[in-house]
Write a protein that binds this ligand. Structure first.
Ligand SMILES: Cc1cc2nc3c(=O)[nH]c(=O)nc-3n(C[C@H](O)[C@H](O)[C@H](O)COP(=O)(O)O)c2cc1C
Ligand code: SF4
Ligand code: FES
Length: 579
């Protein structure tokens, strides 16, 4: 039996000591042990981790098999090449890259070369949509991949070297708040951040009464930037004044919604902005312990955050606040706030029944506020300049500044900071204009309904805020915009979309678990040219019977977009049905 080394056991105990409950260390401990064992886990190792942490073997095994980053069902080779093939990646040439690697190495998805050197997998969106195609090798992202770069990468890996292949990102700002430090050299260091005015607002906030900060955030009308758009100040107000339990603040850095790659711009390039926002928010909420739950694939960004937190602590900025960076392990549903809390408690990331809402009973049964990275990074501006300055941008349809990620068929895919309500056409112009002939556009991440070019011509044109998106029959969501050109077919896009949700369904609700699987098989049949009359109606029936009948919004997040694709592009689907 393979035994864990003593030093790993000591490290696991150190991780446990950071959390109010040691069970929270389960995911980080499994990640650590997997890394120390050639990127693979075995049942024995999982049992040993369970014994150190003090949870049952079955619970630890359930966790290890739930998250896609744990390699337990199948061993992987020394280099695990993971090609992201989600929608934006597909739109930007991922299939060509996947097929090339597959032919070059002579292996298919899930297979390992006979020498044990390479395993090839396709994976879901890696939050790098502006720089797709992406190949993740073990912990490292290789972005904007070309055939030449793949050759270079594989040659180098054969020589035992993980090469450095830097990429340039497209970005621009019209507001100069969230991306203020994006182009500044060494902006991740506290000295540079402070030189540019950083942490002054925290000093101001610490002298303010918590209720005054909450009132300012309420009057700014800031709405959460994680996708649902719930008013932040209102959410903060749900923490009971009579509460005797600890209050926890969690920053949601899961960035899992396909088409979304905005939060990493703050996390990796201006971590102190987030830390300052969190420290101000924690003061307003009376929280002494905060967490950054960050997707597991961003482990190098987690290192940047940990270093920045250490710097802030040493500099005396955090006073009695502690911030723990907690890595997820590959599960889209863990972006949903209650699934995230379960995951942080060292469990499978299964969404909880609501109510109770997290503000009443969240992490460890205590009042908890979950906010997105961008939301928390917007707080210093509001506290420094006042709500009025924030509302000078945007309108009643949505106030303030916002990060938009633009990917797919545009000339300069990237992240753009703009006022809320910017006309979509202006945003597309910032992203270098459309490449080719657009047939559809998704404006708020994969879970919002697609729009057609004809629909965009209606009225004064779509504006990127909550109200205008609703008027056009879609949602602002996370602000992830994907432009689809006529190089692609909508039935193919619909199939790949539902394959993603089917893969990510946590399985708790029968309509979501079985419905997504049924839609995959029916759309596959249609795309393969084997569709029969009545198949499309069946898909639509499933969509109608999933929507509103699930525990978390995921069911609706695919039922509505799939239904929209079928109804708006009906002839494209019908063309494929020959029987
Ligand atoms: C399936 C699913 C995935 C989600 N993924 C994310 C995510 O990756 N990041 C995020 O901030 N919010 C995500 N959310 C929204 C969160 O549940 C929650 O509303 C958000 O973190 C609250 O922060 P905000 O109020 O600042 O937006 C997701 C929701 C669902 C249903
Ligand atoms: S809707 Fe899907 S993802 Fe959400 S809880 Fe139900 S089964 Fe899980
Ligand atoms: S689809 Fe490639 S990172 Fe999002």
């Amino acid at each position: 039996m393979l035994l864990m080394k003593e030093e790993l056991i000591i490290k696991i105990k150190q991780i446990m000591a950071k959390y109010p409950k040691g069970e929270s260390a389960l995911l980080p401990a499994l990640t650590l042990v997997q890394k120390a064992h050639g990127n693979n886990l075995t049942k024995e190792l999982v049992n040993q981790v369970a014994d150190v942490i003090g949870v049952t073997h079955s619970r630890a095994f359930g966790v290890a098999t739930y998250y896609s980053m744990f390699n337990i069902s199948k061993a992987v080779g020394k280099y695990h090449l993971q090609v992201d093939t989600n929608i934006p990646a597909t739109l930007m040439g991922a299939k060509k890259i996947f097929d090339y690697i597959s032919n070059k190495l002579g292996i298919k998805h899930g297979e390992t070369t006979p020498d044990g050197l390479f395993t090839l997998s396709h994976v879901e969106c890696l939050a790098s949509c502006g720089t797709c195609p992406v190949v993740q090798v073990n912990d490292v992202y290789y972005e904007l991949m070309t055939i030449e770069k793949v050759d270079m990468l594989i040659d180098s890996l054969r020589n035992g070297i993980m090469p450095v292949l830097p990429v340039e990102y497209n970005w621009a700002t019209q507001c100069n708040v969230l991306l203020k430090n994006r182009g500044v050299k060494n902006a991740t260091s506290i000295d540079v951040y402070k030189k540019n005015g950083g942490y002054k607002t925290l000093a101001k906030a610490l002298k303010m009464k918590p209720e005054d900060i909450i009132a300012e955030v309420k009057s700014s009308q800031l709405r959460g930037r994680g996708g649902a758009g719930f008013p932040t100040g209102v959410k903060w107000g749900f923490i009971s004044k009579d509460n005797q339990k600890p209050v926890y603040l969690i920053c949601n850095a899961d960035e899992g919604e396909p088409g979304t790659f905005k939060d990493r711009q703050i996390l990796a390039y201006d971590p102190h902005l987030l830390i300052e926002g969190m420290a101000i928010s924690a003061h307003a909420l009376g929280s002494k312990l905060a967490f950054i739950y960050i997707r597991g694939e961003f482990s190098w960004i987690a290192d940047i955050l940990e270093k920045a937190i250490e710097e802030a602590k040493k500099d005396g900025q955090l006073k009695d606040l502690d911030i723990i960076v907690h890595l997820g392990a590959g599960a889209y549903v863990c972006g949903e706030e209650t699934a995230l809390i379960e995951s942080l408690e060292g469990k499978r990331g299964l969404p909880r029944m609501k109510p109770p809402f997290p503000a009443v009973a969240g992490l460890y049964g205590c009042p908890t506020i979950v906010n997105n990275v961008e939301t928390l990074a917007s707080i210093p501006f509001i506290v420094e300049n006042g709500a009025k300055e924030f509302t000078k941008w945007g309108s009643v349809g949505g106030y303030g500044f916002k990060l938009f990620g633009v990917s797919g068929a545009v000339n300069k895919p990237g992240v753009y900071e703009c006022p809320m309500g910017i006309p979509l056409k202006d945003l597309i112009a910032m992203a270098g204009g459309i490449k080719g002939n657009m047939i559809g556009i998704i404006v708020g991440g994969l879970s919002v309904p697609m729009l057609t070019p004809e629909e965009l011509k209606k009225g004064d044109g779509l504006k990127m805020d909550y109200e205008s998106c609703a008027e056009y029959g879609t949602s602002l969501g996370s602000g992830g915009i994907m432009v689809i050109s006529d190089e692609f077919s909508i039935p193919d896009i619909a199939l790949r979309t539902i394959q993603f949700y089917n893969h990510e369904s946590c399985g708790q609700c029968t309509p979501c678990r079985l419905g997504s699987g049924m839609i995959v098989s029916m759309l596959k049949k249609i795309v393969d040219g084997k569709g029969e009359k009545g198949d499309l109606e069946k898909v639509l029936w499933f969509c109608d019977n999933i929507k509103g009948k699930t525990l978390c919004p995921t069911g609706e997040a695919y039922a509505t977009p799939i239904k929209t694709m079928i109804t708006k592009f009906n002839s494209e689907f019908n063309k494929l049905i020959t029987k």
